[in-house]
Ligand binder design. Sequence first.
Ligand SMILES: Nc1ncnc2c1ncn2[C@@H]1O[C@H](COP(=O)(O)OP(=O)(O)O)[C@@H](O)[C@H]1O
Ligand SMILES: [Mg+2]
Length: 284
Amino acid sequence: MSDNRDIIVKNLSYTYPDGTPALKDVCFEITKGENVALVGQNGAGKSTLLLHLNGVIENNNGCITIVGKQLDKKNVPDIRKKVGVVFQDPDDQLFMSTVFDDVAFGPINMGFSEETVKERVKKSLQKVGLSGFEERCPHHLSFGEKKRISVATVLSMTPDILLLDEPTSNLDPGGRRNIIETLKTLDSTKIIASHDIESLLEICDNAILMDKGRVVATGRSEDILTDIELLNSHGLEAPSIVKMLGDDVIPLLRDNFDSSQIKRHEKTIKKAISKKRKKEIFCK
Ligand SMILES: Nc1ncnc2c1ncn2[C@@H]1O[C@H](COP(=O)(O)OP(=O)(O)O)[C@@H](O)[C@H]1O
Ligand SMILES: [Mg+2]
């Protein structure tokens, strides 16, 4: 029987060396090609969980299986070829003096020929919409450009699984839109940790909600991320568009909706609101 599960996490717990508990008995499974939203208030354990999935933090507890292989000390280098992490802060990801060298770093380490490396760098920069940036200095780029180059440094290794930690945080609307559109074109399995619920509703099929190191809810993102009470009870807030439209917001968001263009969608929004009001009146 073929197993289409890319990630299996069983009973994963973790306490930092200083005694801070960060993960408690975390269990979930993710199917190949799935886009998963990872949400939870600050300190919920999202980053700690992502860092476990490619062995940056060693799991001394529980069991992690990545594309059929159980993660252990010995196979971390192999797992890292399969799982790419985009850190929250691009300055943690970019350390070379040119964009080319940063994006080429992974493929060079994987032992590819010079020609293949060049091809991979070119393709990865194309995917993030920054062709021609090869000779630029990463540290002189705008924050949004740095974020996109960080994504390219991971894409150049063609990972099966992409883990993104707060990919849209601190971006201006244009930079945010760029990252969202890039992520939507990528076929790999993705886990996106973020507080930007609107973007998660646009990109992700499923969601995992964490609180104080535990997984407290999993399910379709249109159920979890539009459940205002559930979000509130775990220290999160639904975006106003969700408060206004409930799960009627999904078709809008998935149809390349951009909340700065509310005017263009006025008719659909009014219809959704009147439907909601009718429901409220007749259900009393
Ligand atoms: N390097 C560290 N040393 C000690 N505690 C840490 C470290 N990194 C994170 N923590 C703690 O672990 C918990 C989970 O943090 P984190 O995974 O960063 O949460 P999130 O990404 O959801 O904000 C928090 O209590 C945080 O203070
Ligand atoms: Mg974090």
